[in-house]
Design a protein around this ligand. Structure first.
Ligand SMILES: Cc1ncc(COP(=O)(O)O)c(C=O)c1O
Length: 486
């Protein structure tokens, strides 16, 4: 059952009314959705330990009020057309903002209320330059399905894993890939399989940062990472990014004791700058001298369209100062929720314990499928194919921007990854540009939220993964017609 239904034996309210009220509340709150089949009266009566007639009485009332419908010979379903007035009952749409005064939260809970917002809304327009998704329609689903059905036959996948670090064959496949493609120094034993970078960052922060500790990060930087550090009570120390990326030399002059540095050296998020080799070496040597740790987020390094790939920061040092983070959200699909960390060997036992405590393990079936997907060469082929697919879209975006804006648009970080950042010369305020763009069906994402301090403004993150060349050309032409007069 996907809904909550608890009966109170001490309540003066009869059972049939309690069941009626609980089902109605579940429907209104969206936990039971239109066309969802309800359990039979016999099955629900058995689950709840009440007479079947009691459940029948509750169902009858909901049927008569239009919440439920019966399909002869099939069962009882939530009505597919619930009256608007029911779904918009007062209070139900109100998002939870403030806890009630009697609810006492932990310091973590209170920080989520005070400083950490929920997911940012995204434009819902026919043409959207939103970032963060690969081209989902290009994922080789048929191969994925075959591998899934191959592994689905094994009952032993269904048990708890014996090692919270992850499935051995997947860790071997990732270690081989990282050594060869990213010059990362690693043994499979150093690899922890996580539920994506979000979890890697959460575990690292939980284990390495106490409230009041300082985390240095790029300015601008990845908002989701910042939210994790803030939620754990860290002080943030932003370091400006220029064309060569994060300037680690600034760290040597900072009075704060910095425990952790979060960087995206291959393709700085969101500016796209590549951290230069001298700066990489300076950062590593600073970290080694100070005993600080570096979180290297290599989120989209698989895609490089021009210039030679730069080896990972992790591979340049002793491997003891850097925690390297990777994800399959960009090369495959984000709902897979599989990422990985390459840990300094001394930290392996601790992260293994933290992962076990957090959620035991990443599901074994998906790990086994992914291990075969990599080992049988499908991932490499997919990346190769997607590189040329994205490159065409990327070039279409650069050409459209150059054609329509010329020197009024500065394009940054277009040679790698799955997005670029564009700085417009305009007097039109960002909010107004986004608003006008939305009215003509074009979704824009401002880079401003990625800044901890004030953003210079007029900067937008453009991804091209979800749009074909024609849509890209139309979208940019529409923006140009808005900005022409400003
Ligand atoms: C900088 C950066 N790191 C990591 C990720 C991926 O995170 P996850 O593996 O949690 O999906 C993203 C996604 O947009 C990102 O922009």
């Amino acid at each position: 059952m996907e809904f909550t239904l608890l009966l109170d034996p001490h309540s003066p309210v009869p059972y049939y009314q309690q069941i009626y009220a609980a089902l109605r509340q579940n429907i209104l709150a969206g936990q039971l959705v239109p066309r969802q089949r309800l359990p039979s009266t016999r099955a629900l009566a058995q689950t709840l330990g009440v007479a079947r007639a009691t459940v029948t009485q509750s169902y009858d009332q909901l049927l008569s009020e239009g919440y439920l419908q019966t399909v002869v010979g099939s069962g009882t379903y939530v009505c597919d057309q619930l009256p608007e007035t029911l779904l918009h009952a007062p209070g139900l749409e109100e998002p939870w903002v403030e806890p009630s005064p009697t609810l006492v939260l932990s310091a973590y809970g209170q920080r989520l209320v005070d400083f950490v917002a929920g997911p940012s809304p995204e434009p819902n327009t026919p043409i959207s330059f939103r970032y963060g998704r690969p081209a989902l329609d290009q994922v080789p689903l048929e191969i994925w399905r075959q591998l899934l059905s191959r592994h689905c036959r094994r009952a032993d996948w269904l048990d708890y894993a014996t090692d919270p670090m992850g499935y051995g064959r997947l860790r071997q496949a990732i270690a081989a890939y990282l050594t060869q493609a990213r010059a990362v120094q690693c043994h499979p034993d150093q690899i922890l399989i996580t539920n994506g970078t979000q979890q890697s960052l959460t575990l690292a922060t939980q284990l390495l940062i106490s409230p009041g500790d300082t985390v240095a990060l790029e300015e601008p930087s990845y908002l989701s990472a910042r939210r994790i550090f803030t939620s754990q009570g860290a002080n943030l120390h932003p370091i400006p990014v220029d064309g060569e990326g994060f300037d680690g030399a600034v760290l040597a002059q900072t009075p704060d004791a910095i425990r952790l540095v979060y960087v995206t050296p291959s393709h700085q998020f969101p500016t796209g700058a590549v951290l230069s080799l001298p700066r990489r070496l300076a950062l590593l040597s600073w970290a080694q001298q100070r005993g600080a740790l570096i979180l290297e987020d290599d989120y989209d390094s698989e895609y490089r369209y021009a210039g030679r790939p730069i080896p990972a920061l992790q591979g340049l040092g002793s491997g003891q100062s850097v925690l390297y983070l990777g994800t399959f959200s960009k090369v495959l699909f984000p709902s897979l929720r599989i990422g990985y960390m390459v840990l300094p060997s001394a930290l392996v036992p601790l992260f293994s314990r933290a992962k076990w405590l957090a959620d035991r393990q990443v599901p074994t079936l998906e790990q086994a499928v992914l291990a075969d997907f990599i080992a049988e060469g499908h991932l490499e082929r997919h990346i190769r194919r997607m590189k040329s697919h994205y490159d065409q879209r990327r070039q279409a975006l650069v050409t459209a921007l150059q054609t329509h804006f010329g020197t009024r648009a500065t394009i940054l970080g277009e040679n790698a990854g799955l997005h670029m950042m564009v700085r417009f010369q305009t007097t039109l305020p960002d909010a107004e540009l986004m608003d006008r763009a939305e009215r003509v069906g074009v979704g824009l994402i401002s880079a401003a939220p990625q800044y901890l301090g004030n953003s210079p403004g007029h900067e937008f993150i453009f991804s091209y993964t979800e749009l074909d060349q024609a849509a890209i050309a139309v979208g940019i032409a529409k923006l140009a017609s808005i900005l022409r007069a400003y």
